[in-house]
Design a protein around this ligand. Structure first.
Ligand SMILES: [Mg+2]
Length: 300
């Protein structure tokens, strides 16, 4: 009997990129011995449901779309009673997580990785009762990151992107936060925070930290305090652009678990999608909780 595959795809992701590739992708899966059930998502939240409520008998769930679709499929899988391996054929404009895993941008090559690659046990982030696969963030740079077209980012580079964020400083509302982890307690007003398990965020490789591993049970945390004058703004920009420059406004550390508390609700993004407003957020790494298909040669 053929192996069963559930293939969940977002037909609109990345300028409907899948339209011209769908037949060849499914053909790749069938040639590798799978019987494929294809499910085009109809609305936000659909992929979570499709994965969570799938019938028994599947051996693998493959998804195609942007990081948001992957986030939904991983969320659905984490809520399932049986966790299956996940394959990913990226189709969005910014695919931070696919980059981190070494999954090819080319959709047919990525489909080949699903059937001929190896399985990698990846950490998953728990965010209260929700899930994220590579980034939970709040504050000023989140909307810049997702609102800036990839082409513009490539042309202007990282510095311009940060400056774009800092330009918005006068209109930024920040509120007092308390961040607690095993290693320390940090209090103050913050412009931005990101908790990541990824080599790149918002299309920028290397901004999350050094020695990043996706299966070490640790997040990289970056927090930026609110500056109070133009000199401090300059200092933050210099420290972001040139990592050798130290700034007392920027905290970077690794941890397996942390809690963020505030007096007013803070809006978060999870894997680039709106993650709700929260007064208290508890974030924890589920160590190697998800099996994902990666290229044979990828370090992971
Ligand atoms: Mg890690």
């Amino acid at each position: 009997m053929a192996k069963q595959m559930l293939f969940v795809y977002n037909p609109r992701a990345g300028k409907a990129q899948i339209r011209s590739n769908l037949l060849d992708i499914i053909d790749t899966f069938v040639k590798a011995g799978y019987e494929v059930t294809a499910y085009p998502t109809q609305a936000a939240g659909d992929a979570v449901k499709a994965v969570r409520e799938r019938r028994d008998g599947y051996e693998i769930v493959v998804c195609s779309g942007g990081d948001g679709t992957l986030d939904e499929v991983v969320s659905g899988m984490m809520k399932s009673k049986e966790r299956l391996p996940v394959g990913y054929v990226p189709a969005g404009s910014t695919n931070d997580f696919a980059n981190s895993l070494g999954i090819p941008k080319n959709m047919l090559q990525a489909a080949d990785v699903v059937v001929n690659g190896r399985t990698f046990a990846c950490d998953v982030g728990r965010f209260n009762h929700n899930t994220f696969i590579y980034v939970a963030a709040f504050g000023i740079f989140t909307d810049v990151s997702y609102g800036t077209p990839q082409d513009t980012k490539n042309v202007l580079g990282h510095a311009a992107y940060l400056i774009e964020g800092v330009k918005r400083l006068p209109s930024v509302r920040s509120c007092p936060l308390k961040i607690t982890c095993k290693e320390s307690v940090i209090e103050g007003e913050f412009l931005y925070g990101m908790i990541t398990n990824s080599h790149s965020v918002g299309g920028f490789r290397g901004i999350t930290g050094q020695n990043v591993a996706l299966d070490d049970g640790l997040f990289e945390v970056t927090l930026i305090r609110k500056p109070s004058n133009p000199l401090e703004i300059n200092n933050i920009i210099r420290a972001l652009v040139d990592k050798r420059v130290k700034s007392e406004h920027i905290y970077t550390f690794t941890t397996e678990k942390l809690k963020v508390e505030s007096e007013e609700p803070v809006a978060w993004t999870l894997d680039g999608e709106f993650g709700g407003e929260h007064l208290t957020v508890e974030i924890e790494s589920w160590h190697q909780a998800l099996e994902i298909r990666v290229p044979k040669e990828a370090e992971g």
